[in-house]
Design a protein around this ligand. Sequence first.
Ligand code: ADP
Ligand code: ADP
Ligand code: MG
Length: 584
Amino acid sequence: MDAYDIFKKLTKGLSFSSKNKMPKDRPVKELAKENVPVLHEIGENEVVKTPKKRERDDSIMLMSGMNHGEKPEGKKRKLLSEEQLESKKLLLEKEEVNHYRNLNNISVVGRRVPNPARSFEDLNVDKDIVSNLIKCGYDEPTPIQKQAVPIMLEKRSLLACAPTGSGKTAAFLIPIIHHLKTPQRQGFRALILCPTRELASQTQRECLRLSEGRGLKIHIISKVNKAISQYGPKSNQNYDILITTPNRLCYLLKQDPPGIQLGNVQWLVIDEADKLFEDGSRSFRDQLNQVLEACNNNDRKIAMFSATHTPVVAKWCVHNMPGLIRVTVGQRNAATDTVDQKLQFVGSEQGKLIALRDLIRQGITPPVLIFVQSKDRAQQLFNELIYDGIMVDVIHADRTQTQRDNVVKCFREGKIWVLICTELMARGIDFKGINLVINYDFPPSAISYVHRIGRAGRAGRRGQAVTFFTEEDTPLLRSIAYIVKESGCEIPEYLLTLKKKSKKEAKKMAKKAPARDDITTVPLYDRIKGGKKKKFREIEKRMRDKDPKSKKNGKINKNNKKNNVKVKKISFKKKPLGKLNKSK
Ligand code: ADP
Ligand code: ADP
Ligand code: MG
């Protein structure tokens, strides 16, 4: 039933005459302003709520010109003027929009917020975009798409927060593609900033799918040197959309003359905004200023998207984006409710590897993503798991771009079942149907937790997440336990009663991961076969001769860092590891 049907129902049996007016001292519009929650003019930080039944009845009575206490079917039915009917219709429409937003868990803050769309057709974008969306297998817009697209179509500034895997990418790509139409040879007209190159290429792929048939030129900066000649003043015209990480872009902008022109950019989108604004990256704000200076088109609008919300971003937006609209889907900073989460106490660092092997033994359904806190630990865990006969690989910032691209490709194609990764993969990456996320190392912050487990349970699918913890992780345990509980998963009650950590402590933890013992359980000797054992024994002997301490033990002490390094060298010569040597 749409607004018009409701309107017809409510006004059934009424006759209209311009003679019948509302009481002069209290015109309908004024009454409406006082009593009906008007969504479009709520103040900052207010969340729009569905009006209670009583309020709804009141506003309906009010709209049909009735006073409190009067029954709708009462005898003293008032007749309405056309003007009054018009405002009544508007109010009903607002009310209905309000209700629709609530059904979709959408809350908005800002002036004159455009109505959410109900279907792709309702978005009023070019037909080819709708058919591309359908080709992608999308049946209807997700809540963030319903609300963000109409806002961006009206060229309003936007700060959007919606859960992981809820289709934010298409939410900003649809209006951009609609606005840009076909190639215009005016140079870049839209710029999308992402925190990682993997996310940039994923966004490029989605953009290519959604704009199929238009011939828009969508680029990511791969080689900086090449880019200067590619996008420089002469050839700049050939491109329409730029998707990039900020460093590269700023490097190009710093050249004299600048290696890239952004004067025609109409849309600047910042994806994973809170990551880019994260503490310690003061530099991003400087970079952003540099980018904004280059995007000097008067028409330029900004839209920011993320699954988590931080005050720094909100503050920047309020100060720098006039006419800002904020949209939040669901609860702020909550984990997606499509993932079954579990927190598992593993005792010690060694306990983690045992717990992981147990999990694998019990049977896991690939694809699985395992998060650790550092590049070194990622490599160490890889060295362990490669012997367990599972198809495993590792991705982190120290691998070359070709290696990184290959790993992502193989994981997408199902050639790798278990992918070990660092925080690099926590943001935005959309692998189809990740079944399980394992936080081998406890995440550095609650926000990181939300994003890591959000790699599973995307686009409405369900997923699982297991997070290992030891006693060292207690400072952050409480806040994450709350997130798990909020999303409806069971946790032991005692976790919620843990001492709350101070803000200072939390900040420190988010910045620097705790020191942890190396990941290794199986003595290396047992893993080495044939002739190499002899070599291993020789090195062992040499080390014993040099280091009297290890002589005492009679064998290589695996906790002895110095020895470990030497030992590792042999293992790196072994075949599966050879190709994984660090490239820097
Ligand atoms: P987010 O950026 O919110 O984390 P993505 O934009 O990466 O999420 O989208 C998550 C997944 O949902 C992607 O695989 C995407 O193809 C899919 N998706 C996006 N929009 C829709 C839709 N309207 N219906 C179904 N699936 C969608
Ligand atoms: P990001 O992916 O985070 O943008 P990059 O790997 O592109 O980071 O590069 C980091 C920075 O290193 C660049 O912004 C630039 O300052 C510098 N850089 C990268 N490639 C080159 C190059 N070919 N020549 C000179 N400097 C470069
Ligand atoms: Mg995203």
